[in-house]
Design a protein around this ligand. Structure first.
Ligand SMILES: CC(C)(COP(=O)(O)OP(=O)(O)OC[C@H]1O[C@@H](n2cnc3c(N)ncnc32)[C@H](O)[C@@H]1OP(=O)(O)O)[C@@H](O)C(=O)NCCC(=O)NCCS
Length: 214
């Protein structure tokens, strides 16, 4: 058994990761001891939802003991890439270690490399020679084609389709059911709207939407 696992974030993404951990434990025989969830701004609704799921709330990140008390593994379950970056930095400074979580119903080719903190959700399909950066979130049913690179803290929302040989920049987001055509780049911190079809490179920090995406 490895170190206890803490999830940062009690919102929708954090609680989806609770379910992902539960699925891993059912499939792989209690691989992770889920200690609980930390959240700096827990809403009453999310408090109720966590309690209903039987998951302990551990307080704010500042309340979590550092490595000297107990070394934890962690992932950050928060959609916003900048927030994910900030909070993972705080957890690492406290001496905790980001881990990779892959749902048992995801498929990854043998040449898919996952950096620490990456979370791959149910139904995701990643094929050949793909680099998934630190703390990337690949949500349910998203697909990534051969030779693509997902920069640190990037997010692929449900059903996003990243074609072969694409570059998704650090902290970029590809919205639900959006498609990035083969060989294209989505810049750092860029945002591709839900359902968009990206037909040319997206510059850094730009929001694009529609078909074709503009
Ligand atoms: C593209 C996006 C970032 C724009 O957000 P925004 O700037 O707050 O946009 P607004 O809601 O103010 O809408 C602005 C205009 O864009 C349109 N629009 C918004 N999202 C759109 C989309 N995905 N595709 C096409 N048009 C869109 C709106 O209809 C509105 O049009 P109007 O000015 O003619 O009325 C956002 O709508 C989006 O798609 N986010 C991704 C959501 C997602 O994938 N969620 C999954 C979570 S699991």
């Amino acid at each position: 058994m490895s170190s206890p696992l803490v999830i940062v974030g009690a919102g929708g993404v954090g609680r989806e990761i609770v379910e992902l951990v539960s699925a891993i434990n059912r499939y792989h025989g209690h691989a992770h001891e889920l200690r609980g969830v930390v959240d700096d701004s827990l809403s009453p609704a999310n408090a109720r939802r966590l309690a209903a799921a039987g998951v302990p709330f551990l307080g704010r990140i500042a309340d979590l003991p550092g490595r000297e008390a107990v070394a934890c593994n962690f992932v950050v379950g928060i959609a916003n890439p900048q927030v994910r970056r900030t909070l993972s930095g705080i957890m690492i400074d406290k001496g905790h270690s980001p881990v990779v979580l892959v749902h048992p119903d995801a498929t990854l080719g043998r040449s898919v490399h996952l950096e620490p903190g990456a979370v791959i959700c149910a139904g995701a399909r990643l094929t050949a020679n793909i680099l998934v950066g630190e703390h990337v979130n690949v949500h349910v049913n998203a697909t990534v084609g051969h030779d693509s690179r997902l920069g640190a803290y990037a997010s692929l929302y449900p059903q996003a389709a990243v074609s072969g040989d694409c570059r998704i920049g650090a902290s970029a987001t590809v919205g639900a059911s959006a498609t990035v055509l083969q060989g294209l780049s989505v810049g750092t911190q860029a945002f591709v709207g839900a359902g968009a079809v990206v037909v040319r490179d997206v510059p850094d920090r730009l929001v694009v939407k529609g078909v074709p995406a503009r």
